[in-house]
Design a protein around this ligand. Structure first.
Ligand code: SIN
Length: 341
């Protein structure tokens, strides 16, 4: 007679994690294994990515889906809409406990922040990527994927907003930025540091996420994206680009200013003129860490500008597009949004 009492009656099943592939270097292939720069991104399918990590089956029941196969430099607003809507649909069912998104590193921080603001669930959503193509010696994608699934399967990852698991660290989508063109340790959360780490199946969060995200935002993903562009201030810059954007009818301009969001006098006058015509102007910094003080390097109140705070220019653009799509108007109301998210 077998000893059935030794077996739990209802062994708890592994969590069901959807792995949504969008392309990137993690799905890249080069002509030979020592080539880590001359490759094509986004050519390896999700099934092949998963086959390279057989240990995933001990962590979760994986539900794979190929959403796209793009080099993330070519990410589109339409694909953002598709991805966010698909994640919301999946997470609204009881069948899926979490989502992992494989993505290119180049615009990962923008997609991650977009999802952080528009996913309507507290279930884990974890982005990951790779700096070396799948065909490379010491490809970093398989371990990053294993770690991303490990995090997505954790109860402690619920309610933390969208996360990025990369090179053993767990970052908040709001804070993370790409800081290296080639190193496998390519992502940092400047000033504030990672949320925690994942190693050998163990996940530890060392701090929480303070700013509002996911269920606590007013943003709903849609298909209508207001036109918002980014300009850069530098020595000798003219007003030509700003004037051209205004003439083209943009709704908003984010300026990657010098230092604390300071702007060359020529460009600042063009931006002030733009703001007086109803174009929203957001001051961010090209520096890469720190924050932009309201009424610090420019008189925001007088000029009608908004300060991006600690968001980099590209994330500030994401937030401004969502805020405008949600009906946000005027520098005072928009500043409140930037101070909240
Ligand atoms: C991409 O962003 O799709 C290519 C570069 C990378 O993933 O590292």
């Amino acid at each position: 007679m077998s000893d059935e009492s030794a077996q739990p009656l209802n062994p708890s099943p592994l969590p069901r994690i959807a792995v949504l592939a969008t392309g990137g270097t993690i799905a890249g292939a080069a002509p030979d294994a020592t080539n880590t720069s001359g490759y094509r991104a986004g050519v390896v399918g999700v099934d092949q990515l998963l086959q390279a990590v057989p240990s995933l089956s001990t962590l979760a029941r994986i539900v794979p889906e190929q959403i796209a196969s793009v080099d993330s430099k070519d990410m589109t607003l339409a694909l953002w809409t598709t991805l966010a809507q698909r994640i919301n649909t999946l997470l609204a069912t009881d069948d899926i406990d979490g989502v992992v998104v494989t993505h290119g590193t180049d615009t990962l921080e923008e997609t991650a922040y977009l999802l952080h603001l528009t996913v309507k669930s507290d279930k884990p959503v974890v982005l990951t990527a790779a700096m070396r193509p799948a065909s490379a010696l010491s490809a970093d994608g398989p371990l990053n994927l294993q770690n991303a699934v490990t995090v997505a399967a954790q109860k402690s990852a619920r309610g933390q907003g969208v996360l990025v698991a990369f090179n053993n660290r767990i970052h908040s989508a709001r804070d993370v930025v790409k800081t290296s063109t080639y190193a496998v340790d390519a992502f940092q959360s400047p000033e504030i540091g990672a949320l925690g780490w994942v190693q050998d199946g163990r996940v530890e969060f060392q701090r929480g996420v303070v700013r509002a995200h996911t269920l606590a935002t007013e943003f709903v993903i849609g298909a209508n994206w207001p036109n918002v562009e980014v300009v850069v201030s530098y020595a000798g810059v003219s007003r030509i680009v700003v004037d051209a954007l205004v003439a083209a009818g943009v709704r908003g301009i984010v300026v990657a200013g010098t230092g604390n969001g300071s702007i060359h006098a020529s460009m600042q006058q063009a931006l002030a003129d733009a703001a007086s015509q109803g174009v929203v102007v957001v001051r961010a910094s090209r520096v890469g860490s720190g924050h932009v003080m309201r009424n610090g390097a420019a008189a925001d109140d007088a000029l009608g500008f908004v300060s991006a705070g600690s968001l980099n220019p590209y994330k500030a653009r994401v937030l401004l597009m969502l805020a405008l799509a949600a009906g946000g108007t005027g520098p005072v109301a928009l500043q409140k949004i930037f101070d909240t998210y």
